[in-house]
Design a protein around this ligand. Structure first.
Ligand code: NAD
Length: 321
């Protein structure tokens, strides 16, 4: 199978590259890697590491998207490119819209022309997050994004659906994988400290990038029905409880003190003001709990977030318990 990946240097893309390098029988898939800046990327598969070239491709440039896809003729396009800085998007709405909405529109148009399936990643932030925490969001619930990032990601979903029928959109949340991420940050901030403060009023599902890559792999190889799917690890928690579990599994002795989103925002704004920086904290959904029933009905198995975290920590050499 020939697969073109955009944003191929990103966190999720790393897991997608590894998962799609070979098919279930071990035969090599042909990967066409692209990102804004070209260069080589290392792809690990078991004991082997392969160096693959990355083509320069800005997904907001329709001419470039058209040329690269026409030349490559992929069967599947996986869009891992996005404007992902949620707070910075509040002050850079135009750029976020270009990357998160116009880019996916370009890819959808060309996917249709090339006869390729388009896989795109969206977010829990398309929902308002105002349901009581005893309830979950299903795919068709009303979309009420509260942040610029959420609005631009919703526009991306809409533009894909307007331009092609053969698409999968996976709405994920609280993603961590190789490179800089929440888990690594919380392990670093605990060094030399007795306690950390973490938000305790946002509810959602931490999601291991490798597990999301596997969901994408299963969906594509099993040809599940096209459409939009919620796609996170199973189970729900808060950022504070997630941090406690990170410390428990990694054997870190650091107390987690819960704070509200409002307190966290005041602290972040005060830190930015001290540095004289212009900053805005984007509103985040209090309830990001998404039902995965639709994926289950399509025959896709997902594991709970806690064993997924253990596997990540084992890979990082940090798992103790
Ligand atoms: N990280 C999370 O917690 C989270 C949560 C929900 C949804 N998502 C979604 O998951 C997807 C993957 O997120 P990630 O955390 O791996 O992202 P990331 O920020 O690690 O990677 C994004 C990649 O996109 C590339 N990119 C940016 N602008 C581009 C452009 N104009 N053209 C081509 N490439 C461009 C970047 O160079 C980078 O390699 C995104 O769609 C994101 O919105 C992420």
């Amino acid at each position: 199978m020939k697969i073109l990946i955009t944003g191929a240097k990103g966190m999720l893309a790393q897991a997608v590259r590894e998962r799609f390098l070979r098919d279930a029988e071990g035969a090599e898939n042909e990967l066409v890697l692209t990102d804004v800046v070209p260069g080589e990327i290392e792809v690990t598969h078991g004991e082997t590491v392969e160096k693959l070239a990355t083509i320069g491709l800005d997904i907001t440039d329709f001419e470039a998207v058209s040329r690269v896809i026409s030349e490559a003729r992929p069967e599947v396009i996986i869009n891992c490119a996005a404007y992902t800085n949620v707070d910075a998007a509040e002050l850079n709405a135009e750029l976020a819209e270009k990357i998160n909405a116009d880019g996916p529109a370009n890819l959808a148009k060309m996917a249709k022309e090339a006869g390729a399936v388009l896989v795109h990643i969206s977010t829990d932030y398309v929902f308002g997050g105002i349901k009581p925490v005893t309830e979950e969001y299903s795919e068709d619930d009303p979309k009420e994004p509260q942040s610029v990032y959420g609005i631009t990601k919703l526009h991306g979903e809409e533009k894909i659906a307007e331009n092609t029928d053969r698409f999968y959109i996976f709405r994920t949340a609280w993603l961590y994988g190789q490179g800089k991420n929440f888990v690594r940050t919380m392990l670093t901030v605990a060094e030399g400290r007795d306690e950390v403060t973490v938000v305790n009023d946002q509810h959602g599902s931490p999601t291991y990038a490798e597990d999301l890559a596997d969901i994408i792999y299963q969906a594509v190889s099993k040809n599940i029905p096209f459409g939009i799917y919620n796609a996170t690890n199973l189970g729900f928690t808060t950022w504070a409880e997630f941090t406690e579990e990170i410390y428990r599994q990694a054997g870190v002795n650091c107390k987690v003190v819960g704070v509200s989103s409002e307190e966290y925002e005041q602290q972040a704004m005060a830190r930015a003001a001290e540095k004289g920086e212009e900053y805005k904290v984007a509103p985040r959904p209090k309830n990001s709990q998404m039902s995965k029933q639709k994926l289950a009905d399509a025959g896709i198995a997902i594991r709970h977030w806690s064993p997924a975290l253990a596997e990540y920590l084992r890979r990082e050499g940090k798992l103790i318990k």
